[in-house]
Design a protein. Sequence first.
Length: 310
Amino acid sequence: MKCSLCDRRAVYFQRHSNRHLCRRHFIEDFERRVKLAVRKFDMIEKNDRIAIALSGGKDSVTLAYVLHKLYGKRRDLDFVAITVDEGIEGYRPPTVEIARRVTKELGMDHVVVSFKDHFGMTLDEMVQRGDKKPCTYCGVFRKHLLNKTARELGATKLATGHNLDDVTQTILLNFLNADIERLARLVPQRVQRGLIMRVKPLREVYEKEVVVYGLLHNLPLTFDECPYSYFPVRATVRDFLYEFENKYPGRKYSVLRSFEKLIPCLKEMYPQIELQSCERCGEPTPRGICQACKLLEELKASREAASNEV
Ligand SMILES: [Zn+2]
Ligand SMILES: [Zn+2]
């Protein structure tokens, strides 16, 4: 099959545009959409120091590569990758290794921080001790640690590898849960004290395209899923969106555009509140004690209860 734009051999069929693309035109198109997303929401501004949340999975590895390729030459910008080691035996160590390799090859600063060092426990230990779901601990502590580390490194933005599939799943999921407040949290935010602004440069590219882009650049991509990953409702939404997109190509973009049209209303309905500093750790929180400190207290209490029983 020939490329729809030139005479070269096509490597990818882009369903939403009904085009066959050769390697060069696929890469060009992918990078164009990354730049478009970046511009649309001012994800990268003059003199930014951008922290990249680099788990070592396929999305974040591709993100680090493409940001470095598109913006790495700009002298006013600066990149640093942060890998959070949650402490998941068997799963995390290989991806930490990949993150090390990728940043070394890109010549990008890289910092690895662990749950064990910061919270005194690995995720595996938290799951044994506590009664919450693994993803609750993981989500809260990872966000906390990423924000804290990014801020301490002097970062002005925190980029994550969420792609179009991830973002549209979250949008639809919040609709289906009638959780419009949570939907509003997806609105790109203004600067808040202590909170590093999160940006998603891959929000306009399909997950499949992220993989193909990574493979075309020989990036070390892993497809292993976290052993704790358990999101039954999200999985249903993912499968539905997949089938819908398959039948009516481009509909994931419709979901994204619908959300974007709602942004002015969402901003009005849920204005951003002034954040305070957590009374325990100083991290930003709506009020009082932050979620991470609350969970940590619970976990410590259950550890003491367990040691008293012995
Ligand atoms: Zn071509
Ligand atoms: Zn706290």
